[in-house]
Write a protein that binds this ligand. Structure first.
Ligand SMILES: [Zn+2]
Length: 337
């Protein structure tokens, strides 16, 4: 089968690799769509993958072959890449107590979704509801990250909140907050296409941090001492400090993005308000189930995120990864293997 294989820092190459075979309690999935995640781009950019690795974790596909003793799935089932409840003794968490996303865990994953086929343990993938399209379902994994972040936060219905960054995670976090009854969602995003997507998908106000002071703007439009929560989905240098400055006394900055370089913090600006910073990483089975329910009920949209221009072939992988290092015009790129 064909796969896009890492061959060094900022090098990804299309190669023929052996098609995997499902063992007992495993299924073979033919991958239909495989979205490129910001974390794949970071791994590509910073050389965090060993040569020979196949990345990609945001894929959907169809079960085409069953290994022995499979009872949970059938041939022809449409599935997302994860979300299943692990059997007893297996942890859904990949991260240990001293886990660092930069130095551990990203180096030698099992084969990922930038390939024509993948073998999965039968408990791992969830079935896609009948009325959910493949083009929406391919957003399930990042949407589970967004649901997890909102669940980890102290968001409650009616809150007016800020989302910094309108990449896929920011846009999905905004949609989850709206589905959860946010009073308003103010979005900060410098890239034009992403700012436009935020408008289309229901942002109350979209701010441009390159030409406006987003902290003053948030205080002005929220009409007071700051918002209760700001989500950092940007991983840009100034956003953590901005978030800590724009929340009110006792407010919370929920960090869902990973910055790969030092970020500046000036504690004297916000420490007096006893604000709180909290991290969110990955997702749990309940987050995936929530996502599929939200999709089934029409509460999450792919509009302006997955469009006709999103789809690329294997031959465009190298150039697409390079383009995504500076995501000016694209929101989401999706490999069609
Ligand atoms: Zn991802």
């Amino acid at each position: 089968m064909k796969a896009a294989v890492i061959r060094g820092t900022q090098q990804i190459q299309v190669e023929d690799v052996p098609t995997p075979e499902p063992g007992p309690n495993q299924v073979l999935v033919k991958i239909k769509y495989s979205a490129i995640c910001g974390s794949d781009v970071h791994r590509f950019q910073y050389g965090m993958m060993n040569s020979g690795s196949i990345m990609g974790h945001e894929y959907i596909g169809e079960v085409v072959q069953l290994g022995a003793d499979v009872t949970l799935l059938n041939e022809g089932d449409r599935v997302v890449s994860g979300g299943g409840e692990p059997p007893e003794g297996i942890s859904a968490r990949t991260a240990g107590d001293r886990y660092s996303a930069r130095t551990m865990g990203l180096k030698t994953p099992p084969q990922g979704g930038f390939a024509e086929y993948i073998v999965l343990d039968e408990w791992r993938p969830l079935k896609i509801p009948n009325n959910v399209s493949n083009e929406l379902a391919v957003l399930a994994e990042p949407a589970a990250i967004a649901v997890h972040a909102v669940r980890r936060s102290k968001f409650s219905i009616g809150d007016s909140v800020v989302v910094m960054g309108a990449g896929p995670i920011g846009l999905l976090t905004m949609q989850v907050l709206n589905a959860g009854g946010a009073g308003a969602v103010y979005v900060s995003e410098p890239a034009t296409a992403r700012a436009e997507a935020a408008r289309v998908l229901g942002a109350t106000v979209v701010m441009n941090p390159t030409n406006e002071d987003v902290v003053s703007k948030v205080l002005e439009i929220s009409g007071g001492p700051g918002v209760p929560i700001a989500f950092d989905a940007a991983a840009a240098r100034p956003t953590l400090q901005q978030g800590l400055e724009m929340v009110r006394r006792g407010g919370q900055v929920l960090v869902v993005s990973m910055a790969w370089e030092d970020v500046d913090l000036l504690t004297v600006e916000w420490i007096g308000r006893e604000v709180e910073m909290k991290a969110s990483y990955g997702s749990q089975p309940i987050d995936w189930r929530t996502v599929l329910k939200l999709m089934e009920r029409g509460l999450l949209s792919k509009q302006a995120m997955v469009t006709d221009e999103s789809f690329i072939g294997f031959d465009e992988m190298q150039s697409s990864m390079e383009r995504l290092m500076k995501p000016e015009e694209h929101v989401q790129l999706v490999l069609v293997p």
